[in-house]
Design a binder for this molecule. Structure first.
Ligand code: DC
Length: 223
């Protein structure tokens, strides 16, 4: 338990394609904790908008969809209204729309309790943009994971090609920069390191080395 009497939380925030999702999964597995991929909730809301033909500018309608999402996390699979959308939500178009609707205050509010409900014993690793600043400000350990834009674009390019999706490095870099700028400069819960976060630069680190660095920070914080 944390000092608040609630199960402990490790937050991993950072920009798009910084590797935080993979790192969060590995850290959670090593500790035997649950994991929250908060970006998936924004992506699911974006997909629900596309499917229901709701425009990103209609804040109240988007927030309603976000609040009413019928979603089930079934291991690594994500089920929305009975359909497996695990792959669909990872499309670049869905990510871009997710970044647009994530700027809307009513949408963020609609997803807040759903995110906090993931906190259960023995602990939670939560990844996103505002995990340490807004959703779990009392987290036991806060990590801000960064990587330079070239390293992130290369990783994203490799991931897409492995899935058989064609990708262009220059376009990806441009998209990442655009999405980062929107996530960092929005008025509601912008992407920013919490004052008490440790910033970790993974540009030249493997996944394993990054995971070990987070686990190290965690052991030091509890010893
Ligand atoms: O982490 P991701 O790429 O799956 O997130 C998709 C978008 O969702 C991202 O561009 C910004 C938004 N997001 C957010 O605003 N707050 C979060 N906690 C997680 C994601």
């Amino acid at each position: 338990m944390s000092s608040s009497g609630k199960p402990p939380v490790i937050t991993i925030d950072g920009p798009t394609a910084s590797g935080k999702g993979t790192v969060a999964q590995h850290v959670a597995r090593a500790l035997g904790w649950s994991v929250l991929d908060s970006g998936a909730l924004y992506r699911l809301s974006a997909l629900a908008c596309l499917d229901a033909n709701v425009a990103a500018a209609d804040e109240a309608a988007v927030a309603n969809l976000a609040r009413g999402l019928d979603v089930r996390f079934d291991g690594a699979r994500i089920i929305l209204s009975g359909l497996d959308v695990t792959e669909r939500i990872r499309a670049e178009g869905v990510g871009n729309l997710a970044s647009q609707i994530a700027a809307l205050g009513a949408v963020r509010l609609a997803l807040l309790d759903r995110q906090r409900a993931f906190r259960r014993a023995p602990g939670l690793v939560a990844d996103g943009r505002d995990m340490g600043t807004v959703v779990f400000p009392d987290a036991s350990l806060k990590v801000f994971l960064v990587a330079d834009v070239a390293a992130r674009a290369e990783r994203r390019c490799k991931q897409l090609k492995e899935k058989g999706i064609s990708a262009n490095l220059a376009n990806l870099m441009h998209d990442l920069e655009e999405r980062d700028a929107r996530d960092r400069t929005r008025a509601n819960a912008p992407l920013v390191a919490a004052v008490d976060a440790y910033t970790l630069d993974s540009s030249n680190l493997s996944i394993d080395a990054t995971v070990n660095a987070v686990l190290d920070l965690w052991s030091k914080s509890v010893s």
